[in-house]
Design a protein around this ligand. Structure first.
Ligand code: SF4
Length: 341
């Protein structure tokens, strides 16, 4: 079935499903505040409800699903949801993004349940920097989780590093070496000014250009892989064959090929990470709407989609945080950790 297209001919193909807004870390680029307004527990969808909504998306051509959070491994019996989704033949690619703290324990059950790929956030190899960045302990658990994943999903594990100037940008090479030694692929992510990043400022961003410049000083010529993919990461190769990626949403947005949308754990659908408003699919589902009726709603909304949030932010001269803490407290869905990044 040919996917439906939005106003910029971008297909509805890739759905990120958040299963919880809770997290066991407080990363400075995502959850810098002390206090948060959380989704009401009774508002959070059961796995069966989430799967029913995913079915409506699959009717329209969605074939890639990524499970996110908050921290998805905090959701009890997550392997049951993975199993439900892995039984859906329409879903060709079933992935998960995690901070890795609970991964070592849960990896075997997730693999058994049919999970195909894993992305682990790893921003530092230094315990002190980890504590500073996340305001929690646990780096050794994250590293153990990465090793467990690398063994179970050989060649299908990626590491995401959000680079912040003066925090972890002195570890660019060490993180790449760590990834190379484990045959996992590292992606450097530019610090983004999304909802929740209330301490964001441009001077803390290490841009794609600077990243590549610093890496080529250490590793020599870097080859860019020109791939026709909607994936957010541009990929590069070092002379020794090491592959890595750069996700440059802040200085070099990729909205033109964005086929991603996000479903929060309470069933609100966002067409863009920067979108203020979302579509309440839970009300339709709990109101008794059929899969086809929900799909019809999704199709009409996507057809009118013209979101390109990061591109529009690029044009803003006095660019500061997208939202301040008081705005964020008006609606927990404005937070990146509720939308699953
Ligand atoms: S900013 Fe919005 S439109 Fe652009 S890539 Fe991100 S989610 Fe897609």
């Amino acid at each position: 079935m040919s996917p439906i297209l939005d106003r910029f001919d971008r297909p509805l193909r890739n759905l990120r499903v958040s299963v919880t807004d809770r997290c066991n870390l407080r990363c400075a680029y995502c959850m810098p505040q002390e206090e948060y307004r959380w989704l009401e527990r009774e508002e959070v969808l059961r796995f069966g409800e989430l799967s029913a909504i995913v079915d409506a998306f699959c009717l329209l051509g969605v074939d890639k699903v990524r499970i996110t959070g908050g921290e998805p491994l905090l959701r009890r019996e997550l392997e049951r949801f993975v199993e439900q989704l892995s039984r859906r033949s329409a879903i060709q690619d079933l992935a998960l993004t995690t901070n890795g703290l609970l991964l070592a324990q849960q990896a075997p059950a997730l693999k058994q349940a049919g999970l195909k790929r894993v992305t682990v956030s790893l921003d530092t190899l230094d315990e002190a920097v980890f504590a500073q960045l996340t305001r929690r302990k646990g780096l050794s658990d994250v590293l153990a989780g990465i090793d467990a994943a690398a063994a179970l999903w050989a060649g299908r594990v990626k590491l995401d590093t959000v680079v912040m100037r003066g925090v972890n940008d002195h570890e660019l090479e060490a993180l790449l070496e760590f990834a190379r030694e484990r045959a996992v692929e590292l992606r450097y992510i530019e610090y983004m000014d999304v909802g929740g990043a209330t301490n964001w400022s441009m001077d803390k961003v290490v841009s794609r250009a600077e990243l590549l410049g610093r890496l080529s000083k250490r590793y020599g010529a870097i080859e860019e892989l020109h791939e026709n993919s909607s994936a957010p990461a541009e990929r590069f190769r070092l002379s020794d064959g090491t592959l890595f990626g750069v996700i440059a949403s802040t200085t070099s947005p990729f909205c033109a090929k964005c086929d991603r949308s996000r479903l929060t754990a309470d069933g609100t659908w966002y067409l863009c990470l920067y979108a203020r408003l979302g579509i309440d699919l839970k009300a339709m589902l709990r109101g008794g709407a059929s899969t086809e009726q929900i799909a019809a709603r999704i199709a009409s909304v996507w057809g009118a989609r013209a979101d390109r949030g990061a591109e529009l932010r690029l044009d803003e001269r006095a660019r500061g945080p997208l939202l301040d803490a008081s705005e964020l407290r008006t609606d927990p869905r404005l937070e990146m950790h509720t939308r699953g990044g």
